[in-house]
Design a protein around this ligand. Structure first.
Ligand code: COA
Length: 345
C-alpha cells in the first residue's frame, strides 16, 4: 500500500465579518454569552454574488495546487464535501474541475455536513492507498449562513462560511493518512437538519407552512442534544483513530478539530490528554464553517510552520446525520517542501 500524503493546502474565507456585537442588534443575545458558551467572537458571511460555493472552493483549491506545486492536469480525482452546493446538478466538483483546468479528473460531491471534509479525506486517501489514483484534491466548502434564520438566536450565533482544500499525493515515505474512522447514527437526524424540497418541488414546509414560508428553508437544531452527542463522540472517535493507526495517545502532537464550540473542543483535547497549545482553534474568528472548518484549520496550522515532519495529528469532526469522522495524519517532508514553494512564490 502506498501512503497518501498531504502535499498542498489552501483556505478561503469571505471578506464580510459579522461580530457578536452586530448580532446583539439582531437577536436577544450578548457578546459575553456567545463567547462564554461557544468561544466564537466573529464569523464570515458569504456574499451572494462573490462567494458561491464554487468560487470559494476555487480559491482554496488554487492555493492548495500551488503549494503542492502540481499541474491541475495531474489531478486524478476531486472530492468536494458540501451540503450547500450551488446547484443540485451538476455537482459543484464538476464545475470546479473546469475552473481549475483539471480536465483529467473524476469529480463528485460528498454530503456529510460538518463531518464532510474528514469523510472526503478518507475517500480520497483510499483511492491513493489502493493504487487507483496518484493525486487527489479534497475540498470542504459550505455557506451555511444562507440557511440560517437570523431571528433564531439558538443557531445564528454559531455559523460562518468558508472553504479549505488539500492535495493528496501518493508517497512511499512514512507520512500521510494513517487511519480513518467514519460513523453515522441516523436516529439523531432530527436534531440538526435543513429541509429540502417536497414532492411539489417546493421547499418542505417550515413552521406553519404558510406560503411565504415555503420560499425559504432554514436550519433547525436542538443545540443541547447536539452538544451532548458531540462531547461524547469527538473524544471517542479521536481515540479510535489513534488506536487504528497503531499509535498511543502520547504519540499525538496536534489535534485539528471541527470548530463548533470551544467547550466541545476542550472535552476532546482532555480525552486525548493534549494541552490547549497543541489544539488548533480558530472558531473565535470564523465560527463553525461546517465542512470547511477542519481544512481551514489544517491550512492555518501548515502555514504557521508549527507542523514538523514526523508529527502526528488527529483530525476529528461531527455534524448532522448525526455523523462523525476522524483521521490520524503524519505530517511529511513533502508538506515542508510545499511550504517553501509557496514562500518562494
Ligand atoms: N444568547 C443568549 N441566550 C441564549 C442564546 C443566545 N444566543 N441561546 C440560548 N440562550 C439561552 C437559552 O434560552 C437558555 O435560557 P433559559 O435558561 O432561560 O432557558 C440559556 O441560554 C441556556 O441555553 P442552553 O441551550 O442550555 O445553552 P448551552 O450552554 O447548551 O449553549 C449552544 C447552547 C447552542 C451554544 C450549545 O448547546 C451548543 O454549542 N450545542 C452544539 C451545537 C453545534 O455544535 N451544532 C453544530 C454541529 S456541527
Amino acid at each position: 500500500m502506498r501512503n497518501a500524503a498531504i502535499t498542498g493546502w489552501g483556505m478561503y474565507v469571505p471578506e464580510q465579518v459579522l461580530t457578536n456585537h452586530e448580532l446583539e442588534q439582531m437577536v436577544d443575545t450578548s457578546d459575553e454569552w456567545i463567547v462564554s458558551r461557544t468561544g466564537i467572537r466573529e464569523r464570515r458571511l458569504a456574499s451572494t454574488t462573490e462567494d458561491t460555493t464554487l468560487a470559494m472552493s476555487c480559491r482554496a483549491s488554487k492555493q492548495a495546487i500551488q503549494v503542492a506545486g502540481i499541474d491541475p492536469a495531474d489531478i486524478d480525482l476531486i472530492v468536494l464535501a458540501t451540503v450547500t452546493p450551488d446547484k443540485f446538478m451538476p455537482s459543484t466538483s464538476s464545475l470546479l474541475q473546469t475552473e481549475l483546468g483539471a480536465h483529467r479528473a473524476a469529480a463528485f460531491d460528498l454530503a456529510a455536513a460538518c463531518s464532510g471534509f474528514v469523510y472526503a479525506l478518507a475517500v480520497g486517501s483510499q483511492f491513493i492507498q489502493t493504487g487507483v489514483y496518484r493525486t487527489v484534491l479534497v475540498v470542504g466548502t459550505d455557506a451555511l449562513t444562507r440557511f440560517i434564520d437570523f431571528t433564531d438566536r439558538g443557531t445564528c450565533i454559531l455559523f460562518g462560511d468558508g472553504s479549505g482544500a488539500v492535495v493528496l499525493q501518493a508517497s512511499d515515505a512514512d507520512e500521510g493518512v494513517l487511519s480513518n474512522v467514519l460513523g453515522s447514527d441516523g436516529r439523531g437526524a432530527h436534531h440538526l437538519y435543513i429541509d429540502g424540497f417536497d414532492s411539489n418541488g417546493l421547499y418542505a414546509a417550515n413552521g406553519n407552512g404558510a406560503v411565504e414560508e415555503l420560499q425559504r428553508t432554514y436550519m433547525k437544531m436542538n443545540g443541547n442534544e447536539v452538544f451532548r452527542f458531540s462531547v461524547r463522540v469527538m473524544g471517542e472517535t479521536a481515540v479510535e483513530a489513534v488506536n487504528k493507526a497503531g499509535l498511543r495517545l502520547g504519540d499525538i502532537d496536534w489535534l485539528i478539530p471541527h470548530q463548533a464550540n470551544l467547550r466541545i473542543i476542550d472535552a476532546a483535547a482532555k480525552r486525548l490528554d493534549l494541552p490547549r497549545e497543541r489544539v488548533w482553534v480558530n472558531l473565535d474568528r470564523y465560527g463553525n464553517t461546517s465542512a470547511a472548518s477542519v481544512p481551514i484549520c489544517l491550512a492555518e496550522a501548515a502555514d504557521s510552520g508549527k507542523l514538523k515532519p514526523g508529527m502526528n495529528m488527529v483530525l476529528v469532526a461531527f455534524g448532522a446525520g448525526l455523523s462523525w469522522a476522524s483521521s490520524v495524519v503524519r505530517w511529511g517532508s513533502q508538506g515542508v517542501r510545499g511550504r517553501e514553494a509557496e514562500r518562494d512564490g
